[in-house]
Design a binder for this molecule. Structure first.
Ligand code: TXA
Ligand code: MG
Length: 344
């Protein structure tokens, strides 16, 4: 439905009566419910098939909205002042009156003030925070268009507000702001460098770029779950440009059901590969990644190779999603080439 005045009115009305609504944000589409309505929040988990131990994000208009749900900290104040509204989620202790189910039983709560005008109009019309994870079936790539939401949730939810394609294309940066130093639990468009500029320092959880061991503690429950996965098997290829090219020519050349994803300048002129461009830089790659993964599924692609990006700036967020989408299936091309003694 169009997100005009009538659309916002109907959506707010549905949320007020305990229904679910999918809505656009600047990152990805969210699937929302009234944060204070336990059965509505439970319905989000049902509609998505989301594991019950994976907490949601409360979407608020501004800092005073966030203070309503969480025990605000000096660090949260600094970060929110600098980056809200925008693609940054802050974790602080949850206030008692917010139902436990929103945080999947954790004592903390994740909150963010989106910048998308439709998301903001909806929160304002409701007058309460909106609990919302990404509006995909659990395990699928996050939706960056209303059509993606339809593909995953048609028949399971009553209303989708269509705000066109999302600007960022990857989910928000999730930061633990309970202590003195920001700790990035999920990288996004607000980079560790940007956070350090305002907070003086910034840490990145080491599990951002590696697989958790069986039974290992997850600082963010989302890290435990397989994520962002297309149906096609996805493999990351990293190493020196020439070595990556050699590996790809061996594994993907002439294969009709195999896609090769990379930044424009890197592989576009290689013959025999079904090259799909991630754009000219990491920012464009963030915008296109989930779109391309869903397109690959639609076209029945069976195998996807992705040339690794440098994990700097937004590149870290792109690589985090790719590593998870591949189930950490990563070819180290330069080492592979050396080990094969140049036979690849
Ligand atoms: O950009 C976004 O963040 C989008 C839009 C809709 O706002 N939402 C989104 O939500 O990506 P979701 O549920 O797909 O991801 C929320 C992530 C999960 O990885 C979850 O584990 C983590 O945030 N999270 C939520 N509450 C947490 C908490 N109290 N402590 C640690 N991690 C938390
Ligand atoms: Mg999600």
């Amino acid at each position: 439905m169009r997100p005009d005045d009538l659309g916002i009115f109907m959506a707010a009305d549905l949320l007020r009566s305990g229904g679910l609504v999918a809505f656009p944000t600047e990152t990805v589409y969210g699937l929302g419910a009234d944060v204070y309505n336990e059965s509505a929040v439970a319905a989000i988990f049902d509609a998505k098939g989301r594991p019950v131990d994976n907490p949601l994000i409360a979407h608020v208009l501004n800092i005073s909205g966030a203070r309503e749900c969480g025990e605000w900290t000096p660090l949260a104040q600094i970060l929110a002042s600098a980056f809200w509204p925008g693609p940054l989620t802050l974790i602080v202790q949850r206030k008692q009156h917010v139902p436990r189910i929103v945080s999947a039983g954790l004592s903390t709560i994740a909150m963010r003030a989106p910048s998308h005008p439709v998301a903001r109009a909806l929160i304002a019309a409701c007058g309460f925070p909106i609990a919302a994870p990404s509006a995909n079936r659990s395990g699928r790539p996050s939706p960056t268009t209303a059509a993606h939401v339809m593909d995953d949730l048609a028949g399971r939810i009553p209303l989708i507000l269509d705000g066109g394609p999302c600007e960022v294309g990857l989910e928000s940066t999730v930061v633990d702001a309970t202590g003195m130093c920001p700790m990035v639990l999920r990288p996004g468009a607000i980079t560790p460098q940007m956070l350090a500029t305002v907070a003086g320092e910034c840490q990145v959880a080491d599990s951002v770029m590696r697989q958790l061991e069986e039974g290992e503690y997850a600082p963010s429950p989302g890290m435990r779950h397989k994520h962002y996965a297309p149906t096609a098997r996805l493999t990351l290829v990293e190493g020196e440009d020439e070595d990556v090219k050699r590996v790809l020519m061996t594994l993907a050349k002439g294969q009709r059901d195999t896609w090769v994803l990379a930044l424009d300048q890197e592989l576009s002129h290689t013959e025999g590969l079904r090259f799909k461009s991630l754009g000219k830089d990491a920012g464009e790659a963030a915008h296109r990644l989930f779109y391309l993964l869903r397109q690959a599924d639609e076209e029945g692609v069976e195998r996807i190779f992705v040339k690794a990006l440098s994990p700097e700036g937004v590149g870290l967020a792109v690589m985090n999603r790719l590593a998870r989408a591949s189930g950490f299936d990563i070819i180290h091309a330069t080492e592979a080439y050396k080990e094969s003694e140049g036979r690849i």
